[in-house]
Ligand binder design. Structure first.
Ligand SMILES: [Zn+2]
Length: 255
């Protein structure tokens, strides 16, 4: 599924005809931004304030609606194109809603999550680099307004990048804690069950056993979000190729 888009509503175009499934998020709806450009000085600042409030769970309700929470956004807007009145090249809180609705936070598999976050950060880096490249060209007077808007956008994207990096760090912490828990569990397993091997995708360094010749292989139970440990007696210790798995070589790796 490709990333949902922002659609510009306009009385002059038949936007609804072309985007029958888009969700309106303009100020007349519950998704509206309570922080105005007039009050916060610029579009970028108003959008940033919206993002921070939403992520902090402090977004006030608008237009008589109850407050919008992260869960509301994910439940109702995931996968949907969003329609508002802003020009597509200007910062808009609809982008925040798309970010939150498509955010992988809450997914069970921390490794997949970390990969998605890394991809999102790489995408942002691409955006930022492209905008900065455009700004590096000489700015003539009539472009000044556009250049300032681009700068605002870069600032917002850098902030979003910081947030993603913080989230990535948090997810890596979760994985490290899982590894620690596996090691702890392994220590208290009956001797016959020691020699744990984690299947692909193994968490690097997560191999917890001290008996690679053991008859038993324990697998991280992915259906339990990696939290469970399941022992399968008589599973071969080697991968089908006959090569030791990455996990069985864990004994030698301080990698
Ligand atoms: Zn907008």
């Amino acid at each position: 599924m490709s990333r949902p888009r922002r659609i510009q509503m306009s009385r002059r175009t038949a936007w609804r005809v072309h985007h029958p499934h888009a969700v309106r998020v303009d100020r007349a709806t519950r998704w509206g931004n309570p922080y105005s450009v007039a009050e916060y000085g610029s579009r970028a600042a108003a959008v940033e304030t919206y993002r921070r409030a939403l992520l902090a769970g402090e977004l006030p309700g608008v237009a008589g609606w109850p407050p919008v929470a992260i869960e509301t956004v994910r439940r109702e807007l995931a996968g949907r194109d969003l329609a508002c009145r802003c020009p597509p090249d200007q910062p808009c809180y609809a982008e925040v809603l798309i970010d939150v609705a498509t955010s992988p936070v809450g997914t069970a598999d921390p490794a997949a999550l970390a990969a998605q976050l890394q991809q999102a950060i790489a995408d942002l880096d691409g955006n930022i680099e492209r905008r900065a490249g455009e700004l590096a060209a000489p700015i003539v007077a009539r472009d000044r307004h556009h250049a300032r808007a681009e700068l605002d956008t870069i600032r917002v994207e850098l902030q979003r990048r910081d947030d993603l990096v913080a989230e990535l760090r948090r997810q890596l912490d979760v994985q490290l804690r899982q590894v620690a828990r596996l090691r702890w569990v392994a220590r208290y397993l009956p001797p016959a069950l020691r020699g744990l091997v984690l299947p692909e995708p193994a968490i690097p360094g997560a191999w917890a056993g001290d008996r690679p010749d053991a008859e038993f292989v324990a697998l991280v139970d992915e259906t339990a979000g990696g939290a469970g440990l399941v022992a399968y007696p008589d599973r071969p210790m080697r991968a089908a190729s006959g090569q030791p798995t990455a996990a069985t070589s864990g004994r030698h790796s301080g990698r």
